[in-house]
Design a protein around this ligand. Structure first.
Ligand code: DGT
Ligand code: CA
Ligand code: CA
Ligand code: ZN
Length: 575
């Protein structure tokens, strides 16, 4: 049965498509109001006898809602989708282009996709009624930028695809050892191409079979020790490189193709000072030729020979790791197993799919000691944000369900919207009753850097706000961060004893690792949260932990690595 949030989103899609088509305002408004009514409804719309019981829902929109509840595509949506070129929805995502503008670019200039908008002359657009020269130039420029942006794989996609290909290599009879290398092994938030390394005594048979595997859509290069192929990813072509060496040189190969290139360069420079050459074949005394290289079977040997502690892949970015490894000052990095709870998850009270029970049981499976439910607040109606009354009801229910489970402590919090002026979406008296408050921004993104920074600083100064969720609002491959001065946020977080979130959702990973590192240096604690909207998303924690590792974080920097007793103390003692 579709949730209210899903029904509301479908109605919003109708609104967008009608606007692209140029329908009359009053007709569009009916769907807009219905979408809002569904989002604001206190109980599942699918339980109603008649959707017309909802405010602002008349016979036409009620019919559409009935179809949606029955999981059928409403006629109006079929009709709109048949009529409107698919690429136009993407056009509406360009900054400064709403659905009505997208519709006019289509009807008056025949542009039906971002590519085609990028190919327009700004003067064609400004010749249309109602467009200025500046806004026309902005539209073309943002379409050009949108296109030229290299689409990189999200870590979740790369991990799944990389895992599948690695399984093939590992299961091949000629393979002795194999692993993922490159940016995926370093845990970068997005991945350009996949790199796999393997050790084998019969490289040719592995190379030949890999090049002919069923997942290959194109072979770019096929040698005895190197194969480059293309596979079909969820969003298009993905390049994959496989390199094969004899088992005794596996460490050298793995190290070389893990990179980063910048790390390899500074390591090579250090080796040269020690009269040593380093390459993908191994180490050699300066002046010797390639055949004299002594291969390394493990990466640890390489660092050891160069007088360094082992450097974990996440730190190999030429960001001070060599100095720290030399001084024995590398941090002990946080691990997934250090995490004791998740402080920001949703339920079907707002826009989540799970219930309090189902999310609790999934958290118990992960061995957590505590779980904090943070549904959306009242003004975020598209996400079915909770009215104060529903939040109070939910508090009662969380406490009741908590009694049922001895294995875990269930807490009731909220993801409270930070309104445009920096005030919060609930009264202080209500926030005070909650166990934990996450504050974040979901609306009014374009208010300028100074206003946005001040807005978040004001929220940090509320005594109940314990962490700021996804502090820059970026959505990878889709939305730039809003303009905000992160260094000022970090300073104020330190001054007000507010934590900053590292959101583990694969398309957020926000704060990004360099900022998390800056925050840690300033003494700010971070919360690594999944923002899960269903049970399976609780497993995204690993992606947040990987980014925290890239930020040199130890478990002492992470609030939700505290064991329950200390976390309880953290809650009680306030800011
Ligand atoms: P990506 O694929 O853009 O996300 O980033 P990486 O780091 O996986 O880069 P990639 O796939 O070009 O190369 C994998 C590793 O190979 C890289 O981290 C360092 C190593 N490497 C060795 N020689 C070179 C070289 O000449 N150029 C580059 N780019 N990498 C090299
Ligand atoms: Ca790569
Ligand atoms: Ca590569
Ligand atoms: Zn959230």
């Amino acid at each position: 049965m579709p949730s209210n949030a899903e029904i509301s989103r479908a109605l919003e899609t109708v609104v967008t498509l009608m606007e692209i088509r140029g329908d009359e305002h009053y007709r569009v408004l009916a769907y807009q109001r219905a979408a809002e009514s569904v989002a604001a409804a206190g109980s599942p719309v699918s339980d109603l006898d008649d959707p017309k019981e909802l405010p602002h829902v008349g016979e036409t929109t009620a019919e559409v809602i009935r179809d949606l509840v029955a999981d059928e595509t409403p006629d109006i949506l079929d009709e709109l989708m048949a009529e409107i070129p698919r690429g136009l929805v993407e056009v509406t995502r360009l900054p400064g282009v709403g659905p009505r503008t997208a519709g006019r670019l289509w009807k008056e200039l025949d542009a039906t996709s971002v590519e085609e908008v990028a190919a327009l002359d700004a003067s064609d657009i400004s010749s249309l009624k109602g467009f200025g020269k500046k806004s026309a130039e902005k539209i073309v420029a943002s379409a050009e930028k949108y296109n030229s942006e290299e689409r990189r794989l999200l870590i979740h996609t790369a991990t799944a695809l990389g895992g599948k290909l690695l399984d093939f290599v590992r299961n091949h009879p000629a393979t002795e050892k194999a692993g993922l290398a490159g940016s995926l092994r370093r845990g970068k938030e997005t991945i350009g191409d996949l790199d796999i390394v393997a050790a084998s005594g019969d490289a040719k048979s592995l190379a030949d079979d890999f090049a002919e595997a069923e997942f290959v859509t194109d072979v770019v290069a096929h040698g005895e020790t190197k194969v480059s192929i293309v596979v079909d990813g969820p969003d298009g072509d993905v390049d994959v490189d496989l390199r094969i060496v004899a088992p005794e040189a596996y460490g050298s190969l793995l190290h070389h193709f893990t990179g980063s290139q910048a790390h390899n360069i500074v390591l090579r420079e250090r080796a040269v000072k020690m009269d040593t050459n380093i390459s993908e074949y191994g180490l050699a005394k300066a002046g010797e030729d390639e055949r004299e290289y002594i291969p390394a079977e493990t990466e640890a040997e390489i660092y050891e020979k160069l007088g360094l502690a082992y450097i974990p892949p996440e730190l190999r970015e030429d960001a001070g790791e060599l100095e720290a490894a030399e001084e024995g000052e590398l941090p002990r990095l946080v691990e997934v197993g250090d995490v004791r709870g998740d402080l920001h998850v949703h339920t079907n009270y707002s826009d989540g799919k799970g219930t309090i029970e189902s999310m609790a049981e999934a958290a118990i499976e992960l061995g957590y000691e505590y779980l904090v439910f943070c549904d959306h607040s009242q003004s975020l109606r598209v996400a079915n944000g909770l009215s104060p009354e529903r939040l109070s009801e939910k508090m009662v229910e969380v406490r009741k369900v908590d009694e049922k489970y001895g294995e875990i402590h269930l807490l009731c919090g909220s993801e409270v919207d930070i309104l445009k002026d920096g005030s919060l979406d609930y009264e202080d008296s209500l926030l005070e009753e909650l166990d934990f408050v996450v504050a974040s921004i979901h609306t009014s993104f374009q208010i300028g850097e100074e206003a946005m920074t001040d807005r978040i600083l004001r929220a940090m100064n509320n005594e109940h706000v314990r962490t700021i969720a996804h502090p820059t609002g970026r959505v990878l491959n889709r939305r730039e961060p809003y303009e905000v001065n992160v260094s000022r946020l970090i300073k104020e977080a330190a001054a007000t004893n507010t934590a900053l979130e590292l959101n583990s959702y694969p398309d957020r990973l926000d704060l990004s690792a360099p900022y998390v590192r800056e925050a840690i240096k300033a003494g700010v604690h971070i919360t690594i949260d999944t923002d899960a909207h269903d049970e399976s998303a609780l497993s995204f924690m690993k992606y947040g932990v990987t980014q925290a590792r890239r930020a040199w974080a130890g478990k002492g920097n992470v609030v939700n690595c505290l064991p329950w007793g200390e976390f309880e103390e953290f809650l009680k003692s306030g800011k």
